[in-house]
Design a protein around this ligand. Structure first.
Ligand code: GRF
Length: 190
């Protein structure tokens, strides 16, 4: 059985990382087994580091504050990823703007909490909640030089109806927990 390896990059809570570890890591699919072979985080106190430990996985911490430029930070991350020889890189709540040093050298997908191309950037949830749109949604897309602008791979949406902001956020996260693992498998298991 072919083993396909992924890297996951995160910055915070890591709840999406945990869903990948639960549903994808070490699991066998039709044509391959998928393993999380590399974990990178830019914040030393991120809770995702603890979540990974429960699965016996160590996270490499690369603090962006240790680098004089975005390019130098990205170069370091790309080197770690290249050394781990992964088939796919997954950005799961990795809160960094990436330069061409990263985007030109790595095949990566990103999870974004809006229906792209709408509501790019850091405040996607609140902006889409406050918009006049009747639906909210999430996207998984390839990472390109344009922030949240690469080719869209998969999306899910839902009716906002009379949801509170908390309900809206919860709905988004619950959809993310299913769509990101599914998209990883769809890309690799072929
Ligand atoms: C997710 O909502 C994702 O869409 C956004 O950051 C959040 C990450 O949450 N890019 P977590 O760290 O996986 O809990």
């Amino acid at each position: 059985m072919v083993v396909k390896k992924i890297a996951v990059l995160f910055s915070g809570s890591g709840s999406n990382l945990e869903k990948i570890l639960e549903n994808v890591h070490g699991k066998t699919f039709e044509t391959c087994k998928i393993e999380v072979a590399c974990l990178i985080c830019n914040k030393k106190d991120a809770y995702g580091i603890q979540r990974a430990k429960k699965y016996g996985l160590d996270t490499t911490i690369v603090s962006h504050t240790d680098f004089s430029s975005r390019e130098n930070f990205d170069r370091k991350i790309v080197n770690i990823i290249k050394d781990s020889e992964v088939d796919l890189v997954v950005l799961a709540g990795f809160m960094r703007i990436l330069t061409p040093e990263f985007t030109k050298n790595v095949n990566a997908i990103n999870l974004h909490p809006s229906l792209l191309p709408l509501f790019k950037g850091a405040n996607a949830i609140i902006n889409s909640y406050n918009s006049t749109m009747k639906v909210g949604g999430i996207s998984v897309h390839y990472v390109s030089e344009e922030l949240d602008g690469g080719e869209i791979i998969a999306q899910e949406c839902f009716q906002k109806d009379g949801m509170s902001l908390e309900e809206f956020e919860e709905k988004i996260h619950n959809l993310e927990y299913k769509l990101l693992p599914k998209t990883i498998v769809d890309i690799l298991d072929r």
